[in-house]
Design a protein around this ligand. Structure first.
Ligand code: ZN
Length: 60
C-alpha cells in the first residue's frame, strides 16, 4: 500500500517536472550535438525521461 502511494507520488512529481529531483539523475552526460559541452543531459530514475539539466539542477 505504501509503495502504491509512493509510485503515485513519483508519477505526480514527474508530471509537474520534478524528475527524480530528490534522489538525483541517471546517465548524466554531455550531448554529442553540443560541441561546446555547455549543456548537461540526464535521465530520470523514475520515468526514464531524458532531458536537459538547467542551471538550478532541474531536469526538463
Ligand atoms: Zn521522471
Amino acid at each position: 500500500m505504501v509503495m502504491i502511494i509512493f509510485n503515485k507520488l513519483k508519477y505526480f512529481c514527474c508530471w509537474i517536472g520534478w524528475h527524480s529531483y530528490f534522489i538525483g539523475f541517471e546517465n548524466i552526460h554531455h550531448s554529442i550535438k553540443d560541441p561546446l559541452k555547455f549543456l548537461l543531459f540526464a535521465k530520470c530514475k523514475w520515468c526514464g525521461y531524458t532531458g536537459q539539466i538547467d542551471c538550478q539542477g532541474n531536469l526538463f
